[in-house]
Ligand binder design. Structure first.
Ligand code: 3IO
Length: 340
């Protein structure tokens, strides 16, 4: 008799465990995703990540839950793409300028072609990606792309002329580094999160990037001068592990697809506004001086950039890419989105 009681008790316990699990998995159908990012949480790539997370959780009625990892806590600037391919994170945000040889087509957006702001840059980059479907992304699902606003020089010393910039160590990556070289600076390549220490230690005298970082990385505390060159953007991509993508329910895939262009536009608009705030804060709170090149000086700086695009076209065509068409498309898309 006692034995039967024990067996019954065991049955009841296993049944309730079974039911508890069942409730759990019914509430589930829940998809949990990890999203890795390389710079610190307050910077724009992470602000757009949080916006995407919120939007996805809302549009899927909580069916998808995204756990975000800012500050390189899951994957860093240079292993982002391979880490996502390997499944160390489900989703990752990367700056393509850090691997210029790997992302040749999309990095063409950092040629000096006159992209005027982050919104236009982001829409142009997304269209370029859609049109050319670069092989570099064959192993991942691309969720969105966006660019910074055009780069300017932030430095510890005032730079007003080509004589001033000659031989100066300035941090930049990818296409932006080529621009600095043409102006006669000495470009030093490293991802953005390594830059605060390089500035602190005096390894570089400044950097060449989008001006949001004056505030978000507090570079305004060290770099008291901005030379407003507003030349070339840095392109970014948000990629997802392909197996993970294929495992998603169709309705979730639809939400992600729909967000691709919308997220590019949102990020562009956010950054354009944020760059304005950052400059204002730098001038008002940090006493930063903003230097505008004289028209005569600007013409000299621009002239130095003229060979860059043709050189890029030749080298792209040697690799079997439609170099000229890519450049023409970037110019045409940029003109269209600028309302020209
Ligand atoms: C950038 C990268 C990480 C966080 C904020 C940022 N603002 C502009 C960039 C561009 C970039 O990747 C770079 O290295 O200049």
């Amino acid at each position: 008799m006692r034995r039967v009681g024990l067996i019954l008790l065991a049955l009841v316990i296993s049944l309730s465990i079974f039911l508890a699990f069942d409730v759990d998995s019914a509430k589930a159908g829940t998809v949990k995703l990890t999203y890795a990012n390389f710079p610190p949480a307050p910077t724009f790539p992470c602000v757009q990540m949080e916006r995407w997370k919120k939007e996805v959780e809302k549009r899927t009625n909580g069916k998808v839950q995204v756990q975000t990892f800012p500050g390189g806590t899951l994957l860093g600037a240079k292993n982002m793409m391979d880490g996502v391919i390997a499944g160390q994170a489900d989703i990752g945000c990367l700056c393509m300028a850090y691997q210029p040889g790997r992302f040749v087509i999309t990095n063409a957006t950092s040629l000096p072609l006159g992209i005027p702001n982050s919104l236009v840059g982001s829409l142009v980059l997304w269209d370029l990606y859609k049109k050319y479907q670069p092989k570099a992304f064959a192993k991942v699902k691309v969720l969105t792309m966006f660019t910074t606003s055009p780069s300017s020089i932030m430095s510890k010393i005032p730079i007003k002329t080509l004589e001033d910039i000659k031989g100066v160590d300035l941090r930049a990556s990818g296409g932006a580094a080529q621009i600095l070289k043409a102006w006669g600076a000495n470009p030093v390549g490293m991802p953005m999160p390594a830059t605060p220490e390089a500035l602190q230690k005096g390894v570089v005298k400044g950097l060449f990037s989008s001006l949001d970082v004056m505030k978000d990385f507090k570079f305004a505390e060290l770099c008291k001068y901005v030379t407003l060159t507003e030349t070339v953007v840095y392109p970014f991509a948000v990629v997802m592990n392909m197996d993970k993508w294929n495992s998603l329910p169709k309705d979730v895939q639809r939400v992600f697809e729909e967000l691709g262009a919308q997220q590019a536009a949102w990020t562009g608009q956010y950054l354009d506004n944020h760059v304005k705030e950052s400059i204002e804060w730098s001038v008002k709170n940090q006493g930063v001086k903003v230097i505008k090149l004289s028209a005569k000086e600007k013409a000299k700086w621009d002239k130095r950039l003229e060979p860059i695009t043709n050189k890029w076209i030749k080298s792209a065509e040697k690799k079997g890419l439609a170099g000229k068409a890519i450049v023409e498309d970037i110019k045409a898309f940029a003109a269209m989105y600028s309302g020209k």
